[in-house]
Structures are given as C-alpha cells and as structure tokens.
Write a protein that binds this ligand. Sequence first.
Ligand SMILES: *[C@@H]1O[C@H](CO)[C@@H](O)[C@H](O)[C@H]1NC(C)=O
Ligand SMILES: *[C@@H]1O[C@H](CO)[C@@H](O)[C@H](O)[C@H]1NC(C)=O
Ligand SMILES: *[C@@H]1O[C@H](CO)[C@@H](O)[C@H](O)[C@H]1NC(C)=O
Ligand SMILES: *[C@@H]1O[C@H](CO)[C@@H](O)[C@H](O)[C@H]1NC(C)=O
Ligand SMILES: *[C@@H]1O[C@H](CO)[C@@H](O)[C@H](O)[C@H]1NC(C)=O
Length: 446
Amino acid sequence: MELPQMPELMGLSLLLGLLALVATAAVARGWLRAEEETSGRSAGQKANGCPPDKSLKSKKQKPQQRIRKEKPQQHNFTHRLLAAALKSHSGNITCMDFSSNGKYLATCADDRTVRIWSTKDFLQREHRSMRANVDLDHAILVRFSPDCRAFIVWLANGDTLRVFKMIKRDDGGYTFMATPEDFPKKHKAPIVNIGIADTGKFIMTASSDTTILIWNLKGQVLSTINTNHMNNTYAAISPCSRFVASCGFTPDVKVWEVCFGKKGDFQEVVRAFELKGHSAAVHFFAFSNDSRRMASVSKDGTWKLWDTDVEYKKQQDPYLLRTGHFEEASTVPCRLALSPDAQVLALASGSSIHLYNTRRGEKEESFEQVHGECISDLSFDITGRLLASCGDRAVRLFHNTPGYRAVVEEMQALLKRASNESTRQRLQQQLTQAQEALKNLGALKK
Ligand SMILES: *[C@@H]1O[C@H](CO)[C@@H](O)[C@H](O)[C@H]1NC(C)=O
Ligand SMILES: *[C@@H]1O[C@H](CO)[C@@H](O)[C@H](O)[C@H]1NC(C)=O
Ligand SMILES: *[C@@H]1O[C@H](CO)[C@@H](O)[C@H](O)[C@H]1NC(C)=O
Ligand SMILES: *[C@@H]1O[C@H](CO)[C@@H](O)[C@H](O)[C@H]1NC(C)=O
Ligand SMILES: *[C@@H]1O[C@H](CO)[C@@H](O)[C@H](O)[C@H]1NC(C)=O
C-alpha cells in the first residue's frame, strides 16, 4: 500500500521545497531591498519578479521572515521656518559638524555610518550624502579636520578616537579610509566631547570624570588637564584655537590656553580665565566664531552672554554682557548654540528649541517637539543663516529669523551714522537683503 505512493510523496516534498525556496528568495529580494549587502542568495535569480506570496508560508521560512525589519515610525514635524530635513540615517543621530569651509555637514548615527552632506543642497528638494562606514562599531562624535581632508570620530564600543582620511575622487566624490591605528585608549569615563584645533596643531578629548586630554595628530598625549569640576559635562576648543574650555558640576566655566612655540612645538597648557557668575552647575557653553564672546547655560535657570575679548595675562577678567531666564535649565540638561556673530542664542531642552536675541535677551522663536528623541546636537551653519538640530534619524534645519532681524537693526543703526555714499550703499544692500529674506519667510515683523 505504501510503496506506490512513494514517488508521489517525493514529488510533493520536492515541490514544497521549491516553493519554500521561491518564497525565501521573494522575501530576500522584495522586503530587504533597502538593506545593503543582504540579499546575496543564489535562489534570488530563480525568483525574478516574484512578489512575496503569503500562501507560500511554511515553517522553513520563519527565520527569513524575522529579518524583515519594521520600518520605525518617522517623527513628523512641520514649521514655517523649517528649511529642510535631512533623512538618510537609519539610526539616531548623535553629533553633527559643519566643515570650516562651509561646504559640508558631517553627521554620525548608531547605524554604523558617518554621512557627509553637501550644504549647497540644503534648500533643494534632494539632499545627497556620502556614506562612510564605521566597521564593527559606531561613531558617537564626529569632527572635520580644518583642511577638510579628514574627520575624526569617537568610537562607541572601541572607546577611542579613529581618524578617517577623505580622499577626493575624480568624479568629485570622496573615498573614506580609516587610518590603520586608532588612538590609544586613555579615558576612564564616558566621553563628553572631542575637537580638532583650527590650526591643526592639536586634538582635544574630554570625559565625564574631570579629564581633558590634549593630543598631537599622531595620537600622542601632549597634556592632561584636571578640570576639578567633579564631573565634566562639556568641553570645547575655541574657534581661534588658542583656548580649551570646560564646564561641569561646579558653577564656573574654566578656560585654558594651549601654548605652542614659534616653531609650532607644544609647550604647555596654562590656566587663562574663568566665567564666574552662575550659582549652579553649568550644562553647556559655546563660543562665537571670533572667540570674543561666550554663552553659557546653567542649572540655576539662566543663560549668560560674556565678553571674553580680554587680555588675561594683564589680569583682565571676562565680563558679563547679559543674563536671560531659561527655567527648563533648572530641571533638565540643556544644550546651547551661539550664532557665529553672537547675535542669536539657541537653547535646546528635551526635544524643543528656543531662539533668543542676545541684544535684549528676548525669546523670538520656539520650536516644540522637533525630534522624536531628545535633541543630541545643535549648531548654526558658518553663515549663521541656518540652525541645525538632530536627535532622531533626521537633521532639521531652521531659518535663523532672529539673525536676520539683528542684521536689520544693526544696519539701520549704522546707516544713521554712515558718513559717505559708498558706505551707505553697502549698508543699504545688506539691509535690503535681510529684509527680503524675512519677507520671503513671512517673518517681517519687528
Ligand atoms: C508621519 O506621517 C506619516 C505620513 O503622513 C504617517 O504615516 C506616520 O504615521 C506619521 N508618524 C507619526 C509618528 O505621527
Ligand atoms: C533611538 O531610536 C529608537 C527609535 O528609533 C528609540 O527606541 C531609542 O530609544 C533611541 N535612543 C537610543 C539611545 O537608542
Ligand atoms: C563622574 O566622575 C566619576 C569619576 O570621577 C565617574 O566614575 C562617573 O561616571 C562620572 N559621572 C558621570 C555621570 O559620568
Ligand atoms: C564669523 O561669521 C560671520 C558671518 O556671520 C563672518 O562674516 C565672519 O567673517 C566670521 N568671522 C570669523 C573670524 O570666522
Ligand atoms: C567712507 O567712510 C568709511 C567710514 O565710515 C571709511 O572707512 C571709508 O574709507 C570712506 N570711503 C570713502 C570713499 O571716503
């Protein structure tokens, strides 16, 4: 009785096996198409044009089906001042950096990639980016080298610094190559920030204990700074490259000078000056692009703007120009960004951003729930026309209307004092440009 049925059974199981293969291939081709380097199965060829068919499901397919990723919900945000949203990362973006020539924005995310965006596309419909893979790890911080021929990242798992060379190709794109050796592992606590001096003379890394390390570009430690903040929350190099500053659990911002000899040889790190006036821990600070202004935000619920254009060697202290209130700062950690010209302060807490003018300390714009996660980085572009923020998988770019209004005010004041026609024309042109920009954004009120 059983024998005659054997061929039939064999045929059936063969057929089932084939169907399973076809289904597997369909899953691999159709659903995983967006994934890189996934659907390299030989069965793929046989299944050309075959849509995934639910009736073909069998137990054998289960493992394949699990590969199918639910596309995470994209956070939706709209605002009349939103200039663009850069979307290509598939993980949360933790850090951004504009190159000093203004051409590029680098972003890094926990999807194991660094993306380099062209800033000239920002106001276009399409936003192209070039991708650098961070093998077997992911970057949590990224910074361009001043010549824009390399970038450095901090590795989340490796817990150290890696240098990527940016090699320009004939087609205008770049090839990214990690240098063979990562920096030696020196920090004993989680990293809070990294930076490269604009002179190219040193690299800074700071961790959440009280350590800041100054390195040469080859990965040798030149100096170790103990900040005595109890815990560092942030540290950065000034745009002029002379200073390194830090803040943390103590109510001050400390500034050091990193000294080099005439031949460019490292000499020493010396205490320069401090920003004193907050009454609680300082969350964050920033420099203006000429390093003559600094802004800070503290757990005491205020932000402060400082004039740091002082000769500390002659015992001059920086002085306080303005204090503004920011209640959120007393309960949650905040970040801030100062526009290049120091006219606008952006403060971020949670997923919201607030823009203040620094002349009068007034709040001019608020953007709520900008990202699906807490804002992880905030930065003006080098022209000061756009503010970039990140947190979830997108970078959002905002028109800096308070910046345009500051230009309008400044030009109107200068015009009153202009002594000759050529100056008057130049000022009038800048005034008209800023007014036009505001008009186009529907923001031409005071
Ligand atoms: C965002 O918008 C898209 C399309 O309009 C919608 O499918 C999606 O559910 C929205 N996401 C959230 C988190 O609201
Ligand atoms: C990253 O994003 C996902 C959602 O896309 C979220 O669940 C997660 O909490 C985020 N944060 C981190 C640190 O992974
Ligand atoms: C504060 O510093 C100590 C070492 O001084 C470190 O162990 C701890 O992780 C730091 N705290 C935070 C929140 O990073
Ligand atoms: C600072 O930025 C402004 C644009 O806001 C620019 O005109 C100026 O040249 C920059 N200064 C420096 C020192 O980079
Ligand atoms: C016009 O005035 C400015 C100062 O306001 C001065 O720097 C400039 O040289 C003057 N130009 C002419 C053509 O007189």
